[in-house]
Ligand binder design. Structure first.
Ligand SMILES: [Zn+2]
Length: 475
């Protein structure tokens, strides 16, 4: 019954104090009280859970002639009255946003189920949403491909357990994203250590000892899935990105997460570059022939082979991704690239806000700034907060910190969607991206600023690296 649901302990309250809805504060329960203007609009964050919204009108009996609900996204709408209150139950077809128009002067309580902590409910500013959908944006890290490959999931449809598919890219207004070419061959070698990935083992047994083949097969799978959709194309250059964007076509890019599929062979770099891979994260969580991963010291940082890899990548004009590397390997790379070659951290956060080996120290952040590169904020709760599920506010805190430490020119986005489970409230999957733009706007970022974070900072880095192609770094 709606009435019981309203009293569920897992609710929280947000009180909008001004009819303009630009300010709110949170309390213990999840009821929004509003002095209503004649029209309100909200986004809300719960894709899988809050498909039903209960709206409680305190102290007034609901009279149908006093409201108008825009039905575009609603499938059903009914009213129940109780002790002088009215409760409206609203089902949403597509829970991105909804609009309610009302007579002025009433108080509206809006209850959203299952929102566990600070919530992302924000008033929609239509200009901001319009801006979002018109603005170039790029996500530097997404792990959907391995799931598509493993479980034969289609890019068009995804499945209920993935955080990304064409629909959600559409709903979120995502323009471009890097699919990770991530090769988990070592699971087979090292089953005990990676026991939490045991569901992968069967499928990957055939690739035992053939990680390079698996990388090529992943690339082929992505191309096959992309070719089935008219609204997305493979992009291999900054020009491709811009052209696709102009033609309202999304871009699929490729970044390799961990250089281990090369099996120590530098000559294979050209093969994957020609296939379209534009960045390489030198390691994933496992160390390899080229470098130590975060938290490891066995090679003492970058190996001599790793040094050669970096120099060859620079010749090709490939992006060098430092996420997942050990600190020592990071600084070894800086020694080679100096400040002439912009680096990216495709999915890493500042260590100052969460002390984790996968996050970056202030000094590393400054070094990336000095290279004129970008740090892409990752949405994984485990890299945002300790001991609780993160919310979109934490993601915004990390962005604020990075902007404060560097400038507006060195921050980007690298969701890592489909690479983790604990998503932040408000950014549960790709369709939630407009919430981030709204959040930035409400924190005082201008459209120009937001444009940089969403996409043009990365574009600058991509162009610069392309322009350095074939330049011999020497040594
Ligand atoms: Zn990762």
């Amino acid at each position: 019954m709606p009435n019981n649901r309203l009293n569920e302990p897992s609710s929280q309250s947000i009180i909008f104090e001004k009819p303009t809805l630009t300010h709110y504060k949170s309390n213990k329960d999840y009821v929004i009280d509003l002095k209503l203007p004649s029209k309100i609009e909200f986004t809300h964050s719960q894709d899988r859970i809050a498909k039903v919204i209960h709206i409680k009108l305190t102290g007034i009996l609901f009279k149908p002639e006093e409201y108008r609900v825009s039905m575009g996204l609603l499938t059903s709408f009914h009213v129940q009255t109780n002790k002088g209150d009215s409760i409206l139950t609203v089902s949403l077809k597509r829970p991105l946003r909804y609009t309610i128009e009302w007579k002025e002067g009433h108080t509206l309580s809006l209850t959203l189920k299952n929102i566990m902590s600070r919530t992302s409910i924000r008033p929609i500013n239509k200009d901001v949403i319009d801006f979002h959908f018109k603005t170039f944006n790029v996500d530097l890290h997404n792990d959907l491909l391995i799931h598509m490959f493993m479980k034969n999931i289609s890019l068009s449809k995804g499945n209920p357990f993935t955080q990304c598919d064409m629909n959600r890219l559409q709903q979120g207004g995502t323009q471009a994203l890097f699919f990770a070419i991530w090769v988990p061959d070592f699971f087979v070698k090292d089953q005990e250590k990676y026991h939490f990935y045991k569901h992968y083992f069967e499928k990957f047994k055939q690739y035992k000892g053939k990680p390079f083949q698996l990388a090529l097969d992943l690339i082929a799978k992505l191309k096959e899935e992309v070719s089935k959709n008219d609204s997305i194309k493979i992009a291999m250059s900054s020009d491709d990105l811009i052209n696709n964007f102009k033609h309202k076509t999304k871009s699929a890019l490729m970044g390799m997460e961990g250089a281990h599929p090369l099996e120590g062979r530098i000559d294979r770099l050209k093969t994957i570059y020609d296939a379209g891979v534009r960045y390489i994260g030198i390691t994933w969580s496992n160390s390899n022939a080229f470098a130590d991963a975060a938290g490891y010291t066995e090679h003492g940082g970058l190996t001599p082979l790793g040094e050669r890899l970096i120099k060859e990548m620079m010749k090709l004009g490939m992006l060098i991704d430092v996420s997942h590397l050990s600190d020592k390997a990071f600084y070894d790379i800086i020694k080679i690239t100096q400040s002439d070659y912009p680096l990216i951290a495709s999915h890493s956060n500042p260590r100052k806000l969460l002390d984790h080996k996968r996050n970056l120290s202030d000094d590393m952040i400054k070094a990336i700034q000095k290279s004129n590169g970008v740090i892409s904020v990752v949405y994984h709760s485990g890299f945002l907060t300790k001991n609780r599920r993160a919310t979109i506010e934490d993601v915004l805190d990390h962005i604020d910190y990075l902007v404060g430490k560097t400038s507006i020119n060195h921050v980007a986005l690298g969701s890592d969607f489909d690479g983790f489970i604990k998503t932040p409230l408000g950014l549960e999957n790709m369709s939630r991206l407009p919430n981030l733009t709204l959040g930035l706007y409400h924190r005082g970022y201008t459209f120009k600023d937001i444009e940089k974070i969403l996409g043009t900072n990365f574009l600058r880095v991509f162009k610069r690296v392309e322009s350095l192609r074939h330049k011999d770094p020497g040594g």
